[in-house]
Write a protein that binds this ligand. Structure first.
Ligand code: 5GP
Length: 241
């Protein structure tokens, strides 16, 4: 598999074309961003940790019947994926209230949400990823009704699978964001699943072990990601002295 040219560089990943038109390489960089790119920092080892973390989760999901774009790990910070036609939509499920839900609706932080909420957001940094609904998606042709239904079905399926996986590791899956894309007539889970795009709290202490440590300047960001990876049994390469 030969890496060719850079296709797109996002805030934390760069995407490269390969000699196979159906496959792309994702390079997980150490760059970390928050607040639509306003806060930026390089964090040693984050690219590597996220690459292995994402591979672990994507493989678990794939094995449990959630179709994903993930193919294989290529190096410490690169993975091979199927080339999807990405929908410009973020799907967010929340099990515990925090973040923008509390800001928007004025609800208390830390409530158990039963049933969990589901929200769509438009991927658009300039507009700060506004919340959208099914009607907007249909009117502006961002996805079809069948795709809307499938995104909801798969995002909730991921919730059942990952809530249990994280619970076994002593962690609460508070909320997370997923992105989907089209591939040969199907909808597959794309992008990544890492602590950059979800909230994970220690089940006992409710300590934050995700990107909120970066957003809120709590420090120990990569250490927290590594702690989550260790608890899940993700095998990370030894840190050289
Ligand atoms: P909130 O809407 O509370 O800011 O975020 C809800 C969940 O979705 C959090 O787990 C957050 O990390 C994730 N999320 C929402 N938008 C984005 C985004 O643009 N990038 C990333 N990495 N995660 C996001």
């Amino acid at each position: 598999m030969k890496k060719q040219s850079e296709l797109y560089s996002g805030k934390a990943k760069t995407v490269y074309t390969t000699d196979d038109p159906e496959k792309l390489i994702l390079h997980f960089r150490n760059d970390t961003s928050a607040f639509d790119g306003e806060k930026l920092q390089k964090l040693e080892r984050k690219g590597m940790v996220n690459n292995y973390f994402n591979a672990f989760i994507m493989q678990k999901l794939q094995a449990a019947g959630v179709p994903t774009h993930f193919e294989k790990l290529l190096s410490e910070d690169e993975s091979l994926v199927k080339k999807l036609d990405m929908l410009p939509i973020e799907c967010v499920v929340r099990n515990i209230s925090t973040g923008s839900l509390c800001r928007r609706l004025g609800v208390e932080e830390g409530l158990d949400l039963d049933p969990p909420t589901f929200e769509f957001f438009l991927k658009n940094d300039e507009l700060h990823d506004p919340m959208i609904n099914d009607s907007h998606i249909l009117t502006f042709k961002w996805a079809t009704q069948a795709e809307i239904d499938r995104m909801k079905e798969l995002t909730f399926k991921v919730n059942g699978l990952l809530k249990a996986l994280f619970a076994d590791a002593g962690l609460l899956l508070v909320d997370y964001k997923l992105e989907f894309g089209r591939y040969q007539g199907d909808l597959l889970l794309g992008d990544e699943f890492t602590p950059d795009g979800c909230r994970l709290w220690d089940a006992e202490t409710r300590e934050k072990l995700d990107k909120d440590r970066f957003r809120q300047g709590l420090g120990g960001v990569v250490e927290a990601y590594e702690e989550v990876a260790r608890r899940l049994g993700v095998e990370l390469p030894e840190v050289s002295a």
